[in-house]
Design a protein around this ligand. Sequence first.
Ligand code: F6R
Length: 608
Amino acid sequence: MCGIVAGVTERNIVPILLEGLKRLEYRGYDSAGVAVVDDSGLNRCRATGKVASLVDKVRQQQLQGRVGIAHTRWATHGAPSEKNAHPHTSSNQIAVVHNGIIENYLDIRQQLQKAGYEFSSDTDSEAVAHLIHQAFLHNGGDLRLAVQSAVSQLNGAFALAVFAVDCPDRIIATRHGSPMVVGLGIGEYFVASDSFALLPVTRRFVYLQEDDTVEITGDGWQIYDAQQQPVERECVENEQSADLIGKGRYKHFMQKEMFEQPEVVAQTLQGRIHHGMLQTQAFAPEFLKALAKVQQIDIIACGTSYHAGLVIKSHLERAGIRTNVEYASEYLYREVAVMPKTLFVSISQSGETADTLAALEKAKKLDYFDYLAVCNVPDSALVRASSHVLLTRAGREIGVASTKAFVTQLVALHILCLFIQQAQDKTINPALVQAFERLPSFCERMLALDERIAEVAKSLRDKSACLFLGRGEGFAIAAEGALKLKELSYIQAQAYPSGELKHGPLALVDDSMPVIALITHDHLAEKMMSNLQEVQARGGKIILFADSRVDKRALNAQTQLIDLGELEEMTASIAAVIPLQLFAYHVALLKGTDVDQPRNLAKSVTVE
Ligand code: F6R
């Protein structure tokens, strides 16, 4: 989704800004732009499509300067086009880049139009540029005060970076509900919406807190809090590698990330489970003490992370912990009754998802017992805002469709479940713990099905809709399989608990409807098989991902089988998602869609 890079340097800042934008590309965007200010005034260059197109245009324009702002845009208000790309300007004096959404922009736009401002884009962001310009004129040319005055009139979520031609040595940046970090170089200072954009130029970062504003010049930086008082914020060293991650021998990042799953599962287990034993030193004593008291859990997440919550619900309930799993966007706008000793758990790959962050903020005002983030990005806003964190250790995930992050979320959540049981002195079958140590090799076995899955995927090449069926945890995994298929191949894929079929969806089934089913070797296998016979009786074409021990005699010859071998009960659903990921990947290859950056999607969803 949208990305910001900006800074004040002693050298030409344009290559730094362009490199920063390239590093933000994985987040998903549809246009990009850069603006610099120097003695000749404000110069801007914008382009639709990839950052490479912007780089060509910048070269032709010979854009240079020491102070600049840059942006990748993911369209919200107004189509992806050059006129809607950022930076937006006002009166050739103010330039602004904006992440987020201004909810009251129509009122502001009308008021500014009455005051004589002309708009050249369809965006909410341009209103911010004019509003800052208006405030800049009124307060005698103090850019920081102008930004703060403009921001006080905005509703919504935003991160902004701004410069003015009349004070060309500085950048003002601020945030409200959208992340922003200050990068501290040597004699040069930056801001960005993601520290990864700035790793080639600095390792030292200061995260802006909600409603902070920062002023950066060539001489230094100063943060002001919401009351506009100067404030100190902690500086942290980032230890991530600055290297841009390559695809290695793989065609796509998604393919690479799927094949990394055995390794990242092992990483997630490391130091937490060893020789069938839970390693208590993996967690802070106060976290373990909190787990001992937990009676209920509210899990909040979006998309794939939500599916991880659905999978773990039945395990937590089996351990006697009542569990509620909810989409963050739904949780946000309803009355919530919090029961005593309820732990709030947010799950997020990025730790930046606006809905999940907002849900955590709402939860903090309620009577929760404690707050845990299950997250993949250690320095993310979600981690910083939670009292406890369980890192999923998947490594950076570049493909927009989440794969390895999901599998590591499942492993981390199982670890959480086991630690709760141990902390509450409940009996844990050691065989269950040991099963996790064998999971990496089960993941390898699933990946070995790649060729067979590529073959079966051909039957979906010309389809526009299909159903996914599962039961229990298998339903949550089927839902994740359907999400992968729809986002990658743009095929309408709907998941149902198979028992629900006869309550409506069965009307969709005929000989043109593929029905993709997942059956693991458990107490639900026979029930699943009965539901598949209902599909078969109506001519439905079944693609079955099943444990080899499942009795398949009732299935007709048209059924295409992907034999998963013998999976272990405790980890079956974790392993079984991998063939469904591969299936979506191969259908997308056949359809010729953009696997790593599917249309309309973004890696980090930083707007509501
Ligand atoms: C789907 C996918 C999304 C994310 C969702 C939440 O493949 O990746 O559904 O799971 O946008 O993102 P995080 O986990 O970063 O909060």
